[in-house]
Design a protein around this ligand. Structure first.
Ligand code: 13P
Length: 253
């Protein structure tokens, strides 16, 4: 096995114009020339085209934060896979907790989105996570298993090779209260066992699983050193270029 690659993914959520994005990427490029790791930015739809142009042929991959499951249609305000692909998105976040909780996305809908992304050749980053209540009631594993199994039903082994999972406990997102590396590692190990059940040990066990939720330069090293944590999905701390560069540096190890 080669050296494990670490994903450092920024999720800008609803922040930054396309002009901001170009400026950010221009300044980020000199810092990622040497990196072995995979640097990804999930930017707003309006920034994808320009950001992709700027990042072409570099270490930075540009992706989207959501996608509809239809290829076109009467879905006012939505965006389809072929549109994202044309704009240059190579990956898409699906089932982010803000989509699940604010926009009522269900496991079944996310399942359709995962399939569409795979069909379009856009790498899905399937986001899963339990709420605080679910954790306190001891339902974490049950909730995560349902999210994984429903979203990934019907995904073939070869498709599972083009898939990333991101564990983002809802209680850790934007709260400054990250999970401890130990809690995250425990959950990642569980997710890996579910993925192995679904796709076999070799492929399921090989799916990259990222941690997200209040990741910062202060705590990132603790996550990265865990065996089953293959990278981080960063919200707030990715908005500031200097902080994101610091995170990239700390993930080099
Ligand atoms: P924060 O890093 O701001 O907690 O956000 C995490 C997140 O939702 C990334 O997708």
């Amino acid at each position: 096995m080669g050296k494990r690659k670490i994903y450092v993914v920024g999720n800008w959520k609803m922040h930054k114009t396309s002009r901001d994005a170009v400026d950010y990427i221009e300044k980020l490029l000199p810092h990622v020339k040497e990196t072995e790791n995979l640097i990804c930015l999930a930017v707003p739809f309006t920034s994808i085209a320009l950001a992709s142009e700027k990042a072409e042929g570099t270490r930075i991959a540009i992706g989207a934060q959501n996608m509809h499951d239809a290829t076109e249609g009467a879905f006012t305000g939505e965006i389809a896979g072929p549109m994202l692909k044309e704009a240059g998105a190579s990956f898409v976040l699906l089932g982010h907790s803000e989509r699940r909780h604010i926009f009522q996305e269900t496991n079944e809908w996310i399942h359709r989105k995962v399939h569409r992304a795979l069909q379009e050749g856009i790498l899905p980053v399937l986001c899963i996570g339990e709420t605080l209540e679910e954790r306190l009631e001891g339902q974490t594993e049950e909730v995560l298993k349902k999210q994984l199994v429903t979203a990934l039903e019907g995904v073939s082994e070869s498709q599972a090779e083009h898939l990333i999972v991101a564990y983002e406990p809802v209680w850790a997102i934007g709260t400054g209260k990250a999970a401890t590396p130990l809690i995250a590692e425990e959950v990642h190990l569980f997710c890996r066992s579910v993925l192995s059940e679904l796709f076999g040990k070799k492929i399921g066990g090989g799916v990259s699983i990222l941690y997200g939720g209040s990741v910062s330069p202060q705590n990132v090293a603790g996550f990265i050193k865990e065996k089953n944590i293959d990278g981080v999905l960063v919200g707030g701390a990715s908005l500031n270029l200097a902080t994101f560069v610091q995170l990239i540096e700390l993930c080099k190890k």
